[in-house]
Structure formats: C-alpha cells, structure tokens
Design a protein around this ligand. Structure first.
Ligand code: FES
Length: 106
C-alpha cells in the first residue's frame, strides 16, 4: 500500500478567484496553482513547448491556462493541451483544502 503524500503549497488567501501562480515545492519541482472561481487546481508549471513557466508567464481565462510565450492552451483542471504549439499534456495533481491551506498530492 502506498501512502498518499499531500504537501502544503499556499494559503487559500494567496490566490483570488481567477488568479494563478507558480509554487515551488520540495525537490525544486514547480507547479502552477490556479484558483478557478474558488476551486483550486494544480498542474506542472513547465509548458511542454519551450519550457516557459505557465504559472508566472501565463494567463488564466476561466479554467484555461494560456502560455505567455507562444499561446498554447491547457485545461488547468486536467492538464490537457487544448491548443498548439504545446505537443503534450502537462501532469495535473489532486488538490485539497484544509483550514484555509492548499495541499497538493504528489
Ligand atoms: S513555451 Fe508555451 S507555448 Fe511555447
């Protein structure tokens, strides 16, 4: 049996609805954390096209992340590519909220 590991990434108050940011977690891994109408989602921060930071350089439109470099679109709820030029999906991670804190399952 494997233990699920949830790590703290941010406070709920750090992100207003409609906003997104890059969070660095242990091991130097970066995630893009998004608040979509009060619901939080986490995907890998690195665009699969030319490795731009989605959370820092990208924009959030509803549940769609638009890469700031060349305009690839990802669904922040699943990590799936919705528009080129990104060739592959990014990973998405389960998120839970407890006591006003956001945790991501790795
Ligand atoms: S690096 Fe994201 S679209 Fe090019």
């Amino acid at each position: 049996m494997t233990m699920d590991t949830f790590v703290f990434v941010a406070n709920v108050s750090d992100l207003t609805p409609g906003s997104m940011k890059t969070v660095i977690i242990s091991g130097g891994k970066s995630l893009a954390l998004a608040n979509v109408d009060g619901e939080f989602f986490a995907i890998d921060d690195t665009c699969t096209h030319e490795q731009c930071s989605l959370g820092t350089e990208g924009a959030l439109d509803g549940s769609v992340v638009i890469c700031g470099c060349h305009g690839a679109n990802f669904d922040v709820t699943t990590g799936k590519v919705l528009a080129l030029p990104a060739p592959t999906d990014v990973a998405s991670y389960e998120v839970k909220i407890e006591n006003g804190q956001v945790f991501v399952k790795l």
